[in-house]
Design a protein. Structure first.
Ligand code: URA
Length: 299
């Protein structure tokens, strides 16, 4: 019988071992009670397995030589075994109609924010810390639509406040815009396709983007911009209902028929931080936005 201290020491060493393997997030989409998970009973005539299947957040399921991990029968091993019966439930089957109905009912931005925050159609809500709806000035001529909150946005409850957000602010400043301005012609309004951070900062799936799309469309309608700047693959694909990637889409104005607004796809600032050589293309896009804001017909 293991004492509490032994179980604690074994769990700590198991966590250390996972960190060494590259697991960098202590969360998953759904909480899993590892203590409730039972170890599979050994079959009397089943061959002995040479390796243990261990789940790590960063590396997925890996076969690990039994000699390097916790020993069979360890409380830590039992705690880490993944019981498929406790795996995350699949997303609700057809939440989109519900999100479309709810979104269509919203008559103000406040109303939309309330409905969106309360909506239980997505499991993303369960792992995010904060709801991230918007920043900037409603009625600003430009709306920027990003992908989803990152770690810093999740912490602060505001879009684009991390490193990518700082670059976005510099990009906007380069064309005379400032999200803190109270002049609609000089301000920007900022939102994302997803209002909740996907655990581990992963890219939202197309299904997740589709689930939230009716809210985003209503958000744009209620914010009343003149121009949409879609930053990156996720907002471009979701808003334009395309599978074509951002490298082919960027820089070309599209008439966004659902809102009746001109939409320009461009690179996401986080991508530009990784690929600074593409900043020159982003600069072309910013100039195109400036011209459209100045009254040039963009499409
Ligand atoms: N990336 C996004 O797409 N949106 C944010 O709010 C932050 C980072």
């Amino acid at each position: 019988m293991s004492t509490d201290a032994e179980i604690r020491a074994a769990l700590i060493s198991a966590l250390d071992w996972q960190v060494e393997l590259g697991a960098d997030e202590a969360i998953a989409e759904h909480p899993v009670d590892r203590f409730a998970a039972t170890a599979p009973q050994a079959q009397p005539d089943a061959p002995t397995k040479p390796s243990a299947q261990i789940m790590t957040a960063a590396a997925g399921v890996q076969s690990v030589d039994a000699g390097h991990g916790p020993k069979a029968g360890d409380p830590a091993k039992r705690a880490m075994q993944r019981d498929v019966s406790t795996a995350p439930p699949p997303p609700p089957e057809s939440p989109a109609p519900e999100s479309a109905t709810l979104a269509a009912q919203a008559q103000t931005l406040e109303d939309l924010a309330e409905k969106l925050q309360a909506w239980d159609g997505s499991p993303l809500k369960e792992t995010a810390r904060n709801f991230v709806f918007c920043d900037g000035l409603p009625g600003a001529h430009l709306i920027v639509v990003g992908e989803a909150p990152g770690q810093e946005e999740d912490r602060q409850g505001k879009p684009f406040v991390g490193r990518a957000g700082q670059l976005l602010d510099r990009m906007l400043a380069a064309i005379g815009l400032d999200r803190t301005s109270d002049d609609p012609a000089r301000a920007a309004y900022i939102t994302n396709i997803l209002p909740w951070r996907p655990a581990g900062n992963r890219t939202p799936t197309p299904d997740e983007a589709a689930q939230f799309l009716p809210f985003v469309i209503r958000h744009i309608q209620l914010a009343q911009p003149k121009i949409i700047l879609a930053m990156g693959n996720t907002p471009t694909k979701a808003l334009l209902q395309t599978t074509t990637g951002i490298k082919r889409m960027r820089g070309q104005w599209v008439d966004h028929t659902v809102t009746g607004l001109p939409l320009l796809p461009s690179f996401h600032p986080a991508y530009l931080l990784r690929q600074p050589a593409d900043k020159k293309l982003a600069w072309h896009d910013l100039i195109a936005v400036r011209r459209a804001l100045d009254g040039e017909n963009p499409t």
